[in-house]
Write a protein that binds this ligand. Structure first.
Ligand code: ATP
Ligand code: MG
Length: 181
């Protein structure tokens, strides 16, 4: 397909994430629905729940293959992730389901993804990593941090996800998944 000069090359907004299956999504909903109702703000649809590992940002069409190659080179072990806290983050005005203790294997996965992307010449912003699922955006008021029913997530793969703006918030499409072994 030819591109118009004005539009420039197509860009893809990409990030690596942990992507729950349907059963986990239902469990996340069950564990958080009461808190979400009380919080107000803009609820994230259950189909969009995820844990961002590395946000890459806008990638030109011809460099998407490089992101996929970077993912293919990552070796990391499966692990269990526990999310057990509800907290609001000011600045971002979000309500999140977070984990106090990130398993070392999760930190290793994030580091390896970042290193692999850097090797493939992708520039990354500095990001401090704390595992969380965003539940609500535009939170009207800060809520005290409190424990929430624990979610035990056996993580056996990671995903590359594309984000597009939609009329009711972002629309995500999983464009690749890689097993941990
Ligand atoms: P919206 O921007 O429509 O409210 P969103 O933030 O979920 O929705 P994106 O902005 O495309 O959609 O972000 C995709 C994922 O990457 C989200 O989990 C988001 O929190 C995370 N993310 C976005 N920008 C950054 C950033 N600069 N640093 C770290 N993570 C980011
Ligand atoms: Mg955003």
């Amino acid at each position: 397909m030819s591109e118009s000069i004005e539009a420039g090359p197509a860009q893809h907004r990409l990030f690596f994430a942990l992507w729950p299956d349907d059963a986990l999504r239902q469990q996340i909903e069950r564990n958080t629905c009461q808190a979400i109702k009380e919080a107000g703000g803009r609820r994230i649809p259950a189909g969009n729940f995820h844990v961002t590992l590395v946000f890459i940002g806008e990638v030109p069409e011809q460099q998407v293959a490089g992101v996929i190659a970077a993912a293919c080179e990552v070796r990391a072990q499966p692990f269990a992730l526990t999310l057990d806290m509800l907290e609001s983050w000011t600045g971002a005005d979000v309500l999140v389901y977070s984990g106090e203790q990130a398993p070392p294997a999760l930190g290793a996965l994030v580091d390896r993804l970042r290193i692999s992307l850097l090797r493939h010449q992708f520039k990354l912003q500095r990001q401090t990593f704390k595992p969380h699922i965003t539940l609500v955006r535009r939170l009207p008021r800060r809520l005290p941090k409190r424990p929430l029913a624990a979610l035990q997530w056996p993580v056996s793969d990671f995903a590359l996800v594309e984000s597009r703006g939609g009329p009711d918030g972002s629309i995500y499409t999983v464009i690749g998944r890689w097993p941990l072994a």
